[in-house]
Design a protein around this ligand. Structure first.
Ligand code: ADP
Length: 384
């Protein structure tokens, strides 16, 4: 089928009217970002920040008309607003979480919204204070290690700045849909995968704002067949800005894993990540120190380039667990860059074992939290 064109999408969007102004959104110049990638369409509609919450029906309608076009596999329409003074620092269209409304540990509980992922038992975020620390590499190896210890796992790549999961997971192609039904997540090494890289073109980046990321993530959760999973690993966008905060706030996270390098710890970037999750009451499972020391591939000599062990000490000081350390080793880069992460490529290697130990610690924490939650909820009485 021929790929849908930008003009066809704009023509369809002319049917969407801003009722307060009685004119269509294309004529009003509200359509800002439009991207097409292999039948996946992403559109940003700019709205006045104050009107954000009232615009949801319009957003939904826009999504429907775009989705209805031939050749469209998925449609993501997001609302965006220029941040102006007096917006209270909130991303557009996002009411602040009321004081005291915490994330209950475990999935979906304590949320007024319908469950996004009914078959998913737990969701963990892999986050970092800044980019380039190896967060995605930890996320993919952690997901594969959780699968290796017998769990059913999915990985959701929400790293808007560099969606690397398709490459690292060795996945080529696009998610497809059977007759308008939700998309099927792609799968490799027994792990299901969805990536923001499937939905937008890395070549023409749009400016992501918190609510837009949230909308795209919600779509990857709600409109995708994930099936039953013990755990979904979410590769977060690096950093601690609006987009990350909105995600941490809105996705029912069971817990978070912070990845940092020794120098990142020293520069306090990791601490920002930690504070972000604490602010929104998501339990931090602990810190993984990546590029902890250097293993010379030629002589096997171990060099501690950055003062090794800093993360462990800092974790103790901050009152979070230290989950493990991963060395800087070319084998880790080469295997993930070639779509065969080390946990599957060399499962008996010391590095794979380090990821497996981290995965076991993370899984123990998930189990402990979900058990405590089940106990707090008491016996379930089902009335039919
Ligand atoms: P982030 O998600 O934090 O931006 P990535 O996981 O994409 O970082 O890693 C950045 C680069 O560093 C990639 O090329 C990756 O292969 C490499 N890398 C990550 N961790 C290691 C490691 N422990 N040893 C060697 N290279 C690594």
């Amino acid at each position: 089928m021929a790929e849908v064109t930008e003009q066809q999408i704009l023509d369809a969007l002319k049917r969407v009217v801003d009722t307060e102004r009685d004119e269509d959104i294309v004529a009003l110049g509200m359509v800002k970002g439009l991207q097409i990638k292999g039948g996946h369409v992403a559109v940003a509609i700019e709205v006045d920040a104050q009107r954000g919450p009232k615009m949801e029906p319009m957003r939904k309608q826009a999504e429907k008309v775009v989705h209805g076009l031939p050749g469209v596999v998925s449609a993501t329409v997001v609302l965006t607003a220029e941040r102006k003074g007096g917006n209270g620092g909130q991303p557009a269209g996002q009411p602040a979480r009321p004081q005291g409304q915490a994330h209950a540990p475990g999935h979906g509980h304590g949320h007024a919204q319908p469950e996004l992922l009914p078959g998913v038992r737990s969701i963990i975020a892999v986050a970092s204070g800044k980019g380039g620390v190896g967060k995605s590499t930890v996320a993919v190896n952690l997901a594969l290690a959780l699968a290796a210890i017998g769990r059913k796992v999915g990985i959701l790549d929400s790293d808007i700045y560099g969606p690397s999961m398709p490459r690292m997971m060795g996945i080529v192609g696009q998610p497809s849909s059977r007759d308008g039904k939700p998309l099927d997540a792609l799968e490799n090494f027994g792990v299901k995968c969805m990536s923001i890289g499937f939905m937008v073109d890395e070549e023409s980046p749009i400016i992501w704002r918190g609510p837009m990321v949230q909308s795209a993530i919600e779509q990857m959760m709600r409109d995708v067949h994930w099936g039953d999973l013990d755990v979904m690993v979410v590769d977060m966008p690096p950093g601690t800005g609006d987009a990350q905060l909105t995600l941490a706030q809105k996705v029912p996270l069971t817990g978070a894993v912070i990845v940092s390098t020794p120098q990142d710890i020293a520069l306090l970037d990791a601490r920002k990540g930690l504070n972000m999750f604490r602010k929104v009451d998501v339990p931090v499972f602990g810190i993984v120190e990546n590029m902890s020391y250097f293993n010379c591939p030629k002589c096997g000599h171990r060099t501690e380039i950055f003062s090794h062990g800093g993360a462990h000490k800092e974790a103790d000081r901050l009152g979070v667990d230290f989950l493990g350390e991963i060395p800087l080793d070319i084998a880790i880069r080469e295997t993930s860059d070639s779509g065969q992460p080390i946990v599957v490529a060399r499962p008996d290697s010391a590095h794979a074992k380090a990821y497996l130990a981290i995965a076991q610690r993370v899984w123990d924490k998930i189990e402990r939290l979900t058990a405590a939650e089940a106990q707090a909820a008491g016996p379930r009485i089902v009335v039919q």
